[in-house]
Ligand binder design. Structure first.
Ligand code: ADP
Ligand code: MG
Length: 329
């Protein structure tokens, strides 16, 4: 069976003058998945997404969707749709007209396109707002309309560039859940660009971590979080301590380190407590060890308050061997 939304990037490259924004990346993205392209500002996420959408030409390399090379096709012919960060709704068109716009361009008759627009507005829970103008909607509502507008073309892949970054924290969480629900319901692929590791961990079936135009690592969220392959990924994904091991660097999750107040046989390090931060369900204890610099240890709140630790105190650290992951140089 052909996988309608299986995407393959082959040595895909984007240059802007002397800048190499995307550096010959190879990546397969299975169909029907929620994929997050994660990385810091300037690492090439938007350039990659725009090349997939056809809003940016590839300098070299190929984009293959469902076995077809779509590298040089115009955006509307690719089977992809893009939702922009700014939503880019037409201010003078009603919500329904905005959603139906691309069908109008395709010459679909008015009755059909209005019916389709109504279905899509229902999907994003905006049925009651069809007659309004974009300026009469909140940011979150405008975003739902933008989603409906992108989905009306029945894309096999929806591309989203930082779709949640303009929303306040409360709405961001709500829309995050909503995006995941939509992707599940529609069964198509979503490729979502974000610089937020929380967002990627919460949403993605598959995370692709980019750095400097290259892919550093890709995998399931728990693989990337548990076993970062490089120091960059360990630092970017957060929650890890990086230390020098016998042969290269190691990453150990802050919540996988045990903190002892007395020397124990398995303690690998002794350290001094520099800071204690109460985080609600846990307490972050920052310690300094002679050879490793500052390390962070996450202690559950119950364990911490059963046996509180003071700043300046000497402590001993241990971890299980399987929780120390070697990092590639
Ligand atoms: P991200 O989305 O990860 O922040 P971008 O893909 O937007 O990264 O940018 C990657 C690199 O390409 C950056 O160095 C950026 O300055 C550069 N860049 C992006 N768009 C353009 C452009 N239109 N012209 C020149 N340089 C660009
Ligand atoms: Mg960007």
């Amino acid at each position: 069976m052909s996988d309608k939304s299986a995407l393959e990037l082959v040595s895909l490259t984007k240059r802007y003058g002397d800048t190499i924004a995307v550096d010959a990346i190879d990546q397969k993205i299975p169909g029907g998945t929620y994929t997050c392209l994660l990385g810091p500002s300037g690492c090439g996420k938007s350039s990659t997404l725009r090349m997939i959408a056809g809003h940016e030409t590839a300098s070299s390399g190929d984009i293959v969707l469902d076995g077809h090379n779509i590298t040089d096709l115009p955006p509307a012919k690719r089977g992809t749709a893009m939702m922009f960060q700014s939503y880019a709704l037409f201010p003078h068109l009603s919500v329904t007209e905005n959603v139906a716009f691309s069908l109008k361009m395709k010459g679909v008759d008015k009755g059909t396109r209005q019916e389709r627009a109504r279905e899509l507005l229902e999907l994003v829970d905006m049925s009651a707002y069809g007659e309004r103008l974009p300026e009469q909607l909140s940011g979150g509502q405008q975003q739902r309309v933008a989603l409906a507008r992108a989905l009306i073309t029945k894309p096999s892949i929806l591309l989203l560039d930082e779709p949640l970054s303009a929303l306040d924290p409360f709405l961001r969480l709500r829309m995050r859940t909503e995006l995941k629900r939509l992707q599940r319901e529609l069964g198509i692929s979503f490729i979502h660009v974000t610089h937020s590791q929380d967002e990627a961990l919460a949403l993605a079936d598959h995370i692709i971590v980019m750095n400097g135009g290259l892919i550093e690592q890709d995998g399931k969220p728990q693989e990337v979080f548990d076993a970062p392959r490089t120091e960059f990924v360990a630092r970017f994904i957060g929650g890890h301590n990086i230390m020098a091991g016998e042969s290269g660097k190691l990453a150990v999750r802050a919540d996988r380190i045990f903190l002892h107040q007395e020397q124990t046989p398995d303690a690998a390090l002794s350290a001094v407590v520099r800071a204690v931060e109460y985080l609600g369900t846990s307490v972050n204890v920052a310690v300094e060890a002679p050879d490793t610099g500052e390390l962070n240890v996450t202690v559950g709140d119950t364990a911490f308050f059963a046996n509180p630790i003071e700043i300046g105190q000497s402590v001993f650290l241990s971890w299980k061997p399987e929780d120390a992951h070697s990092l590639a140089a």
